[in-house]
Write a protein of this length. Structure first.
Length: 314
């Protein structure tokens, strides 16, 4: 009962944080839309958090997926296809260069830059519209470790998009703000069709719903800057943990969680997406999502070759 009360209190806190952001932007910009926008997103996240506290253990994962669907459909469908706002990273770069304080700029600063100081990479686990589709595929629990060094593709992708935007902006007169909205809308359509195709193919090939997130998505490049300072992080209580490793086996991002427990640290891995699958799966209730102030730069990841060695040792 105390756990449920804590999660309900946390859901209310999250809603109030988003509502405060929306209220601030409404008063600063004089547009009521900001209050609705952040109020809706806050309601979606707080609903998922509340459901996570109420649903039985084997159903808790749906609380996050419901929130992910609500926010993903809103960002991509309502703001993207109906509002013609390109919420992808190239939209952020273009509007930033144009000096336009638009939806994509606010979205990136709040959710993917400064928001990481509160919730780490929680956006990846609770709001990403690409992963809202792949997370419905049957490979949420990766059976193999992560492929070492493949994550560098994310950095190539990030700087490739940035370079392309800069070339188009300065060399091909893409800086005409009168046509930028339609250009970015076309890019939104083509980009998302490409991303979804790649994400589904990677998920099927690697039998891992989060393969695109691990190897190809450019967004973590930004989010990794603030994630180590996140106030909310996973904590494993050493005196309760029996080292059954169910948390690590079920972690969709292959974070080596017990590495943090053994050093008495909270899980500071920039690969943690705050999905709380480890919290939900722990049979001893030894894992909690906690708030605090700390900094840990050590990253523990279960790579494919590490798991092979573990099997050999067994």
């Amino acid at each position: 009962m105390n756990i449920i009360k804590r999660k309900l209190a946390k859901s209310i806190f999250i809603f109030l944080v988003f509502l405060a952001i929306g209220l601030f932007l409404w008063l600063a910009k004089g547009t009521l839309f900001y209050l609705f926008n952040f109020g809706y997103i806050g309601l979606s996240v707080s609903l998922g958090t509340a459901l996570n506290g109420i649903l039985p253990r084997d159903k808790k994962m749906w609380s996050r997926k419901i929130t992910q669907l609500m926010i993903g459909i809103y960002l991509l469908g309502v703001l993207g296809f109906f509002g013609h706002e390109n919420m992808q990273i190239e939209g952020f770069f273009f509007y930033l260069l144009a000096g336009i304080f638009s939806g994509p700029v606010i979205h990136y600063f709040v959710a993917k830059i400064f928001g990481t100081l509160l919730f780490g990479r929680g956006y990846c686990g609770w709001a990403c519209w690409t992963m809202m589709v792949t997370d419905l595929l049957p490979w949420m629990k990766p059976k193999k470790g992560r492929l070492r060094y493949w994550g560098m593709v994310r950095y190539v992708h990030f700087f490739g998009v940035l370079s392309l935007v800069l070339v188009l902006w300065y060399s091909f007169q893409a800086n005409d703000t009168r046509n930028i909205s339609m250009m970015l809308f076309k890019w939104l359509i083509i980009g998302n069709l490409t991303y979804y195709s790649i994400a589904i193919i990677l998920a099927a090939v690697f039998k891992d719903n989060r393969a695109f997130c691990k190897y190809a998505c450019p967004i973590p490049v930004l989010m990794k800057l603030g994630a180590p300072f996140s106030i909310w992080k996973i904590k494993i209580e050493k005196d309760k943990c029996t080292e059954c490793r169910l948390c690590e086996k079920n972690c969709p991002m292959n974070v080596k969680l017990l590495g943090y427990m053994k050093t008495n640290k909270r899980v500071a891995s920039t690969e943690c997406i705050a999905c709380q699958q480890c919290v939900n799966i722990c049979p001893k209730n030894a894992i909690r999502y906690t708030k605090g102030f700390d900094l840990e730069l050590k990253g523990y990841i279960n790579y494919n070759n590490v798991q092979k060695l573990n099997k050999e040792n067994e």
